[in-house]
Write a protein that binds this ligand. Structure first.
Ligand SMILES: C[S@@+](CC[C@H](N)C(=O)[O-])C[C@H]1O[C@@H](n2cnc3c(N)ncnc32)[C@H](O)[C@@H]1O
Length: 256
């Protein structure tokens, strides 16, 4: 999570260093849809993969689930989350989401945002498989990721390559059908899709996600850090270039 060199750091950590708290493609709007569709109750044992800065954790915890476990592979993110968010049935673990210490079929709801996109397809499957392993039968798994329209393979490769270069993460967004196939491959039945535009670095979305004053603070920070600014402008350029082919997708799936 530490950003030592703006020219090499992963895009999401640069944005976080500039003060951005919402780091998922569909912003708060899609996160709220995801949380609302999960319908978290006081009887639910829930798990979040990749809580990152904890925005969605706080939202999910406002429904007072029976228990919450956040699993993130970044040690510093976990230390900050433990410092920021605590409670008797709240736990954060520093593990890869594909290999959690959680027992088989013990959870009611599992969700993760902006984690699968960051991984190659076989790694995506490992994470989805882990969600399936820890969920009870009939349990829900929700994802919020970067989607692609039905583009041909050549354009898809081009988008993935340019995106990976700009955000310095081997990002592999998929089409709606490809996301469905991955989930169904691991034994889920897709119940619901929500699609939104991918406007992560556009002013309106920035203000919606962060609020006006934080938006101003982020803007000031970007002005004061020219190397971060260069990277953020590069990212925005690629997002804009492919804006009409990319989207933000939330999928709610049920364990068969
Ligand atoms: C782009 S951020 C998204 C954070 C948060 N979900 C959000 O939407 O704001 C990516 C987060 O995923 C975590 N992460 C990436 N791969 C992971 C994995 N395989 N297992 C657990 N955490 C992972 C990173 O450490 C980071 O906290």
């Amino acid at each position: 999570m530490k950003v030592n060199d703006f020219s090499k750091a992963q895009g999401h950590w640069i944005l976080a260093r500039m003060g951005k708290r919402v780091l998922r493609p569909g912003g708060k709007e899609m996160t709220k849809k995801l949380i609302s569709a999960l319908n978290i109750s006081k009887n639910d044992d829930i798990v979040e993969f990749a809580p990152g800065l904890g925005y969605t954790a706080s939202l999910a915890l406002s429904s007072n689930p029976k228990s919450y476990v956040g699993v993130d592979s970044d040690e510093e993110a976990i230390a900050e989350l433990e410092h920021k968010i605590h409670g008797p049935n709240i736990r954060f673990v520093n593990r890869n989401a594909s290999n959690t210490p959680l027992l088989n079929e013990t959870k009611d709801k599992v969700y993760g945002e902006a984690i699968l996109t960051m991984h190659a397809d076989h790694r995506k499957l490992e994470i989805i498989r882990e969600a399936h392993r820890i969920l009870k039968k009939g349990g829900l798994y929700a994802i919020h990721e970067l989607g692609l329209d039905d583009v041909d393979q050549e354009l898809k490769n081009k988008i993935q390559k340019e995106l990976a270069l700009a955000i310095k993460v081997n990002a592999k967004p998929l089409t709606q059908e490809e996301w469905r196939e991955l989930l169904e491959h691991e034994g889920f039945k897709v119940k619901n899709f929500f699609i939104n535009e991918m406007l992560l670095l556009e002013i309106k979305r920035l203000i919606d996600d962060e609020g006006f004053f934080r938006f101003l603070r982020i803007g000031m920070n970007i002005l004061l850090h020219p190397k971060a600014r260069t990277r953020i402008l590069e990212m925005r350029k690629i997002f804009r270039k492919y804006q009409h082919h990319m989207n933000a997708i939330v999928i709610i799936a049920e364990k068969n």
